[in-house]
Design a protein. Structure first.
Length: 201
C-alpha cells in the first residue's frame, strides 16, 4: 500500500515521540531542556546559594594565604620606621631605619602570588574543568547552559568581569540565586552559565 500523504518515518526507523512523552533516546531533540539534560548528561540539580558561598569563601581564603609574604613585608616596613617628636616644637617626624628594600620585595611578591593564584584557579582551572578549588570541595561545577561543558578560560575571565554587575546595587546580583529558578547571578544570566551540583569523581 502506498505511503503517499502519510508523514515520513524517522530515517533510522524511529517515530517522533508523541507530545508529552520522552524522546526515545531520553533527551529532547534540540539544545538545553528545562529538565536539565546538559549536553546529554544525566540531570543534575543547580547548586544552592549556600554551596556557592562556601566555594567563594574557600577560594578567597586560599588567595589570602598567597598574600602572606605581603603581610610579612608590611610588618617589616612598619617596624622599620622610627618616629621622633621634637621636644621644643612638638613636630613629629618618621624615618625608615632599614629593611625597606626587603619589605618592598615581599609586598610585590605577595601581590604577584595572589594575582597568579587567582588567574590559575578562577580563569584557567575553572575555565578548563568547571571547578575552582572551592567548587571542587563543595561538589559544584560551572558549566555553559548551551553545551553542558566548561566555559573555557576566556569566557571564565569575562564572567568574572561581569560579576561587577552583581555588586550593584547593594550586591543584589550575588543574592539573586536565592530565589532564581536556575540559581543564577546576573553574571550567569549574561554569560548563560549555571552552577550545578556535580562532585568531582
Amino acid at each position: 500500500m502506498s505511503n503517499y500523504g502519510n508523514p515520513p518515518s524517522d530515517p533510522y526507523g524511529q517515530q517522533d515521540a508523541p507530545a508529552g512523552q520522552q524522546h526515545p533516546y531520553g533527551q529532547q531533540a534540540y539544545g538545553y531542556d528545562h529538565g536539565q539534560q546538559y549536553g546529554g548528561q544525566a540531570p543534575a540539580p543547580f547548586a544552592s546559594w549556600f554551596q556557592r558561598v562556601g566555594a567563594y569563601l574557600i577560594d578567597n581564603l586560599l588567595a589570602m594565604l598567597a598574600y602572606i609574604p605581603a603581610v610579612i613585608g608590611l610588618v617589616i616596613l612598619v617596624s622599620s620606621v622610627d618616629t621622633t617628636t621634637d621636644p621644643v616644637t612638638g613636630v613629629t617626624t618618621s624615618e625608615a631605619s632599614g629593611g625597606t628594600g626587603l619589605a618592598t620585595v615581599l609586598i610585590v611578591l605577595g601581590a604577584i602570588l595572589v594575582l597568579a593564584f587567582t588567574l590559575w584557579n578562577i580563569v584557567f582551572r575553572q575555565g578548563r574543568t568547571g571547578y575552582t578549588i572551592g567548587k571542587g570541595i563543595m561538589g559544584i561545577k560551572l558549566i555553559s547552559l548551551e553545551t553542558g561543558q566548561p566555559v573555557g578560560a576566556g569566557m571564565s575571565f569575562v564572567r568574572q568581569i561581569a560579576h561587577i554587575l552583581d555588586s550593584i546595587p547593594c550586591n543584589i546580583g550575588y543574592l539573586w540565586p536565592l530565589w532564581d529558578a536556575k540559581r543564577q547571578t546576573f553574571a550567569d544570566k549574561i554569560m548563560n552559565t549555571g552552577v550545578i551540583q556535580q562532585p568531582k569523581g
